[in-house]
Design a protein around this ligand. Structure first.
Ligand SMILES: [Zn+2]
Ligand SMILES: [Zn+2]
Length: 122
């Protein structure tokens, strides 16, 4: 398959290109190659590409949601920490870096016994 012949697709990596930006060009999400507006070709082609993008967007969103649910259930490393609810002395934890490094990270503790959750900002 020749990617160059497909308007709306990246000729470098074959990814579907995002919609035209305000600059009139577009940058491939995958390999960061930049294109001018001519990459989309005829109007009806760009309509189909746009439609495909929406489908992809929904699929990616659903996958991210699924991933997040799995993360919530996954037991991280266990530390000695007293559960305020059931007095169990072991809780598993996961960390999440928020926005920028300046703002530190949030630690999520989950009681290994009763699944009580608490968070702590470091
Ligand atoms: Zn690309
Ligand atoms: Zn507990």
């Amino acid at each position: 398959m020749n990617f160059v012949a497909e308007p709306g697709f990246c000729s470098e990596c074959g990814s579907i290109l995002p919609d035209l930006g305000s600059s009139g060009g577009v940058t491939c999400y995958t390999c960061k190659k930049e294109y001018g507006p001519e990459v989309f070709g005829a109007m009806e082609t760009s309509y189909i590409v746009h439609f495909n993008n929406l489908d992809d967007y929904a699929a990616v969103k659903a996958k991210k949601k699924e991933q997040k649910m799995q993360d919530d259930e996954a037991a991280g490393p266990v530390v000695e920490r007293k559960c305020p609810k059931c007095n169990n002395d072991k809780m598993s934890y996961t960390t999440l870096q928020l926005r920028s490094a300046d703002e530190g990270q949030t630690i999520f503790f989950t009681c290994t016994k009763c699944k009580y959750k608490e968070t702590e900002n470091s």
